[in-house]
Design a binder for this molecule. Sequence first.
Ligand SMILES: *[C@@H]1O[C@H](CO)[C@@H](O)[C@H](O)[C@H]1NC(C)=O
Ligand SMILES: *[C@@H]1O[C@H](CO)[C@@H](O)[C@H](O)[C@H]1NC(C)=O
Length: 456
Amino acid sequence: MKFTTFLAIAAAVKLIAASPSRITPRDSNGKATVDVSKKTGPAKFLGSNFIYGFPDNGEEAQTVIPDHFLTDIKFNACRAGGAQTVFTGWGAGGYDQYIGRFKSTLSNYRSTRKFNGDFILLIHDLWGADGSSSDSALVPGDNGNYSEFEKFLAQLKKDINENDMLDGLVIDIWNEPELEIFWKRSWEQYLDYYVHATALVRKYFPDTLISGPSFAHAPSLDNEKWNTWMDVVAGNKSLPDRYSWHQIGSWERQPDTTVPDFDTLRSSYNLPKKPIDLNEYAWTDEQNPSTSVYYLSQLERHNVRGLRANWGSGGGLHDYLANLVYKNDAGEYHPNGEWHLYKYYASMTGDRLATSASDDLLFDVFSTISDRHVKILAGTRTIQAPYDVSVGKLSALGLPRDGKIGIRTYRFDWNGQFADVKSPVDLGCSKYSIVSDQVRFLIPSGFDGHILPKCI
Ligand SMILES: *[C@@H]1O[C@H](CO)[C@@H](O)[C@H](O)[C@H]1NC(C)=O
Ligand SMILES: *[C@@H]1O[C@H](CO)[C@@H](O)[C@H](O)[C@H]1NC(C)=O
């Protein structure tokens, strides 16, 4: 039998190096679904992005990480501002401590633009509010006075213009202001800053996009910070061009719940719909192939751009493409298991398909179709448990409502940030039954050593 239409399933799992035992499929914890009859727009690789991650190279684009590590994953956005360098920033040290951070930013900007990526510039890092500043260091709006902040922005405008840095630029108003390490003043001062800063950035950079508020906490209906921000932004017409927040950790839920909450809040304050950036996603122990699939599935379903959070510090922040590559003692870069996953994700071209997560919201799928060829990525969030994938409306591909279909399966292994697992592992092709216009198959827990029969 020849299969002209087939599905490729890429299941991302965490490799348990210590326990290579076979796992027999158990009852499934639930199912995620793909509807092959419903397209949801062209694939744009919304999650192939990260914050920081480029080695600094003076004022020039980095040259040490080979280009293919970026092009193979279709990287398209970065976010940086010179944090965690030897320079303390404008607030603590004025121009002399700012210019070093600006040069790091310029280098990262050029590294990003080399691949036509958008660059989200972090004002708070150029100012120096990255956790290293003392309580007494100046914060914009102290004593109701913005003259120092204006001076800073005027200098930034000059440096941005002189270095031809406007293409692809997005300016982020302030990072994670709810956290004291980033905003050491009252909430009222922050809201006042937000209004002032937006007006000033619009004045100095009239054609540049603004993102905000980049809160650490994802929106929820009763969150006071989100409510007061929306109220003040609506009243003062201080809207960003791209709404932004961070989606980090299971305690912050996931876009399936936070995007609808955001839309409800937005409507209640009569704010217009605009693009959304989740400009930091995934907690440190969520950075493995399986949970990355989970996040990518959520981002793609809600059409929001995502940038991987970067948990490196100091030099580690300014390297490794936010933990997708590592280097050996000779300084040569290698991909890790997650990079291979993003490479597969970048191969998912064509149109995206409608999907849904499992009812417990711990398992999700992303799927695309191109020339009747369906690809599906499936992964759990942090946990290891068996789940089903159900692919429905197969007759839309010209397949019989009851019959057979060939499915090729790949497995994505993970052995930590500093190990190449040479994935994906091709588990071969096997035949599945189509019953009542759908095919259902189990992704076993663990998945190591599970080999599907080869196609004949
Ligand atoms: C605002 O601060 C600047 C110094 O940053 C100072 O020169 C100026 O006098 C202050 N303005 C007022 C009204 O206090
Ligand atoms: C405008 O913003 C200020 C903070 O700068 C806030 O106190 C005020 O309530 C806002 N005005 C409206 C109408 O929302």
